[in-house]
Design a protein around this ligand. Structure first.
Ligand code: NVA
Length: 301
């Protein structure tokens, strides 16, 4: 059976911590040749900085060979059917890293692939980000278990994957979003079920102040995700009052850390300069993409 990572819950809750532990080992200098002689096909239909760089460098660190395709080169489902692209990539490479729009596209790709397929962001999930996020929380707090994490803003792909990962590790995530932008009901329920045995939970509220009370971590992401640009004006109105700024962080626990998956839009979901606040760990998070994904690739291949 081929191991895919299309959504965070494709791995069991007890499989998360070993990936994070290995990521921390690799970051500390452990070496690996897990991908020696293997090729990693990286196909993105949306822009990327961190994801492309981290998969590319991560593949090389494990002795593998990355091959990157930009959207216009392949035309996934347009120039060539998704199933055919999956078959061709499976014949010539050893793992496929896909960033696309609909979750159904990556599911269809995986159904036709005979190599592991990794979700490098869809409209529904960003599971690799959630591994880097929980690695970062582990580094900051010692453990995700029992951590109180507040996510302020859109109940989007980043929030969904974070919910599964935090709950699966026994942490507690509270998401504060305006009406119309809350977590999908099936993921709110799904993440609570996924995290139940570990004692983790995900809660949806409306008030940012309620979410950040006593939080160890305050996290936000853009209000308008890639592909939603036509909704920007409407979203600016809907998310008024949801900005993370020093005053909101002051309402959290005294040692609170601020997280953002980047890129950020200062003046919108964060105040100017917040990435450089002494409480911010967003660039640690960015670096951890490299290590968490290297550990993930080791496991899947
Ligand atoms: N929610 C954002 C994350 C970017 C890394 C998006 O999908 O555009």
């Amino acid at each position: 059976m081929v191991n895919h990572f299309l959504k965070l819950s494709d791995i069991a809750p007890e499989e998360i911590q070993p990936i994070l532990d290995r990521a921390i080992e690799l970051k500390a200098g452990a070496t690996s040749n897990a991908l020696a002689g293997k090729s990693v096909a990286i196909l993105f239909e949306k822009p990327s900085l961190r994801t492309k760089l981290s998969f590319w460098v991560g593949a090389e660190k494990l002795g593998g060979h990355p091959v990157h395709f930009s959207p216009e080169e392949v035309g996934l489902g347009k120039r060539e059917p998704v199933a055919d692209v999956a078959q061709v990539m499976s014949r010539m490479s050893d793992v496929a890293v896909i960033r696309t729009f609909a979750q159904e596209t990556i599911e269809e790709f995986a159904a036709n692939a005979s190599i592991p397929v990794i979700n490098a962001l869809t409209d529904m999930e960003h599971p690799c980000q959630a591994l880097a996020d929980t690695q970062t929380i582990t580094e900051q707090l010692g453990s995700v278990k029992g951590a109180k994490v507040a996510f302020i803003g859109d109940g989007n792909n980043v929030a969904v994957s974070l919910g599964y990962a935090v709950a699966g590790l026994g942490g507690n995530l509270t998401v504060a979003s305006p009406d119309g932008y809350k977590l999908p009901a099936e993921d709110l329920e799904g993440a609570n079920t996924y995290g139940a045995a570990a004692g983790g939970s995900v809660t949806q509220v409306t008030s940012p102040q309620e979410a950040v009370a006593d939080a160890d971590i305050v996290y936000t992401d853009v209000w308008t995700s890639m592909g939603q640009e036509a909704e920007t004006a409407k979203r600016l109105v809907a998310f008024d009052g949801y900005q993370v700024n020093p005053a909101l962080l002051d309402q959290a626990g005294p040692n609170v850390k601020f997280m953002h998956d980047l890129p950020a839009h200062p003046g919108e979901e964060i105040s100017d300069g917040l990435l450089y606040d002494s409480r911010a760990v967003a660039f640690d998070q960015a670096e951890n993409r490299l290590w968490a994904q290297a550990a993930l690739m080791e496991k899947l291949i």
